[in-house]
Design a binder for this molecule. Structure first.
Ligand code: GLU
Length: 503
């Protein structure tokens, strides 16, 4: 196999959404797996669609995900520049080669004339395509005399350069994921390769750059599959070896109906962007994985499984494991439905696997955000008691507040069900027992209290339910004795007294 060189080639038309990050990820995994090079190239030939900040966003998003660029934008390399707008001069000479060899032609049709041709066709129920059946009636260098073409150009009449699509030819080529593809060229139109603003279109710039940058495999979204025949024909016209192609399946909305779009996230209640994006025009921010509390490694795992699977039961893969296992052959053809609940599940698995040290900075920030102070060692102990219940770091407080502050109110339903007439007296009695315990640990308090309950022939629930109610204000939380072991004797008794007085 030739040296693997792959590229991620986003257009800076806005923030990258998760489908875009997945494209980058599959390219990255493929490059690493094959000891190749992962290149970042910016395709910004469409200046009208350029969005300020998008390039920076792409770089930051990849960095957060741990997808390292080897060559390209911000990294340099011997095939630069890596921003297409800086390669403007390169493309024209390639358009000229196609013109010289008769694979392309000048077209002078004005927007008005094209509109007219469209309307004319509509009248007879047809859609206009600029192709072998219509090009003879249009204003282009295939019809006009050489002199007229020269005159128009000399006078500065705007023109585009179009590809001359062969007629009725069966094109056959291969895609690593989709297999053999056959297309009749008569179903394709004479695409514009070079625009009147002096810029190439995506097709020309993309093919020229992939060739000049020695790209070995083009791995991109399925939405580019319709462009592939033209790209294959361009390689043929230039007499260049073409790269291998792999078109990845679409990412679908959770209900499977249609492609997951940038607008879906906030509408359907889950993030679609990797990191926060602030719309430079409206100032609006869209929800994102990082800001929603996802770990980057969980996010990567989620994306990896959107269209790929290892063929085993294993679902948790670190980046290194993905690199080890990834292959394009195991990428599926069918669109992959995004499951937001499964995404949360992945994050929960990662949260469980992380060490306390890894989680502590995030937890401390949560605490500070609430203006609360506690010793790190204490917080770490609480974390160990509640981490199984958490999906995100920001769930910490919801599951642990009673380790830090006493309950302000008591859950009505629990009071009705569990707080009996004799509860205050029994708890008073228990307080005396608690007071006598010297080593106020979880294990010791549990042993003493349970022995006491048994000796008195009380029911466990009769004591422990009102006890918990007094400590946490309801029926939730981890093992009761773990809680009191941490909050300590004094606080435990204070809470019991308060409950006796106020319920
Ligand atoms: N600039 C294209 C995009 O925005 C790249 C497609 C390709 O990889 O060829 O997705």
């Amino acid at each position: 196999m030739k040296k693997v060189r792959v590229r991620f080639a986003p257009s800076p038309t806005g923030p990258l959404h998760m489908g875009g990050v997945r494209t980058a990820l599959y390219n990255y995994l493929f490059a690493r797996r094959n000891k190749g090079v992962f290149i970042l190239r910016i395709e910004d030939t469409d200046q009208k669609r350029y969005v300020k900040g998008a390039e920076e966003y792409i770089i930051n998003a990849l960095e957060w995900c741990g997808i390292e660029v080897d060559e390209g934008l911000n990294r340099g390399g011997e095939f630069g520049p890596y921003r297409q707008s800086e390669r403007k001069d390169i493309y024209r000479q390639y358009a000229d080669i196609l013109l010289d060899k008769g694979f392309a032609y000048y077209a002078f049709d004005t927007p008005g004339e094209l509109e007219e041709a469209r309307k004319e066709n509509e009248k007879s129920g047809k859609t206009f395509t600029y192709d072998a059946t219509t090009r003879e009636n249009m204003s282009n260098s295939l019809v006009l005399s050489e002199q007229r073409v020269k005159d128009k150009k000399d006078r500065g009449v705007p023109y585009v350069i179009r590809f001359r699509m062969p007629e009725n030819e069966i094109l056959v080529f291969n895609d690593i994921i989709r297999g053999r593809i056959e297309v009749n060229t008569s179903t394709l139109d004479d695409k514009v390769l070079f625009k009147s603003d002096g810029m190439p279109t995506y097709h020309l710039a993309n093919v020229v750059d992939d060739h000049l940058m020695q790209i070995s495999h083009v791995i991109r979204g399925e939405e580019w599959l319709p462009s592939l025949p033209l790209h294959v024909l361009l390689y043929r016209a230039f007499q260049w070896d073409k790269p291998e192609f792999a078109h990845m399946p679409l990412t679908l909305k959770p209900d499977g109906k249609g492609k997951l779009s940038k607008r879906d996230g906030d509408r359907l209640g889950f993030p679609v962007f990797p990191i926060e994006w602030k719309n430079p025009e409206t100032g609006e921010t869209s929800s994102s994985y990082r800001e929603s509390g996802y770990f980057p490694d969980a996010f990567i795992n989620i994306l990896a499984f959107l269209g790929w699977n290892p063929g085993t039961e294993k679902e948790i893969f670190s980046m290194d494991e993905l690199i080890e296992e990834f292959s394009l052959e195991r990428v599926v053809k069918a669109g992959s439905r995004f499951d937001p609940e499964k995404a949360k599940w992945f994050n929960q698995q990662y949260l469980r696997m992380k060490t306390t040290n890894e989680l502590m900075p995030g937890i401390m920030k949560e605490m500070e955000g609430r203006g609360l102070e506690a010793e790190t060692a204490y917080i770490a102990k609480v974390l160990e008691l509640v981490r199984e219940r958490m999906t995100f770091i920001h769930d910490f407080w919801e599951h642990s507040w009673f380790f830090f502050i006493p309950p302000e109110k008591y859950d009505d339903k629990v009071v009705k069900k569990r707080w009996k007439e004799n509860s205050p007296a029994m708890l008073e009695e228990m307080i005396v027992v608690l007071e006598s315990i010297i080593e106020f640990s979880s294990a010791e308090t549990e042993r003493v209290i349970k022995e006491w309950i048994e000796s008195k022939e009380y029911g466990m629930g009769q004591i422990l339910s009102p006890f918990r109610l007094a400590i946490v204000g309801g029926s939730m939380g981890p093992h009761l004795f773990d809680i009191i072991g941490l909050i300590g004797k004094k606080e435990t008794i204070t809470r019991l007294r308060k409950a006796i007085d106020s319920i």
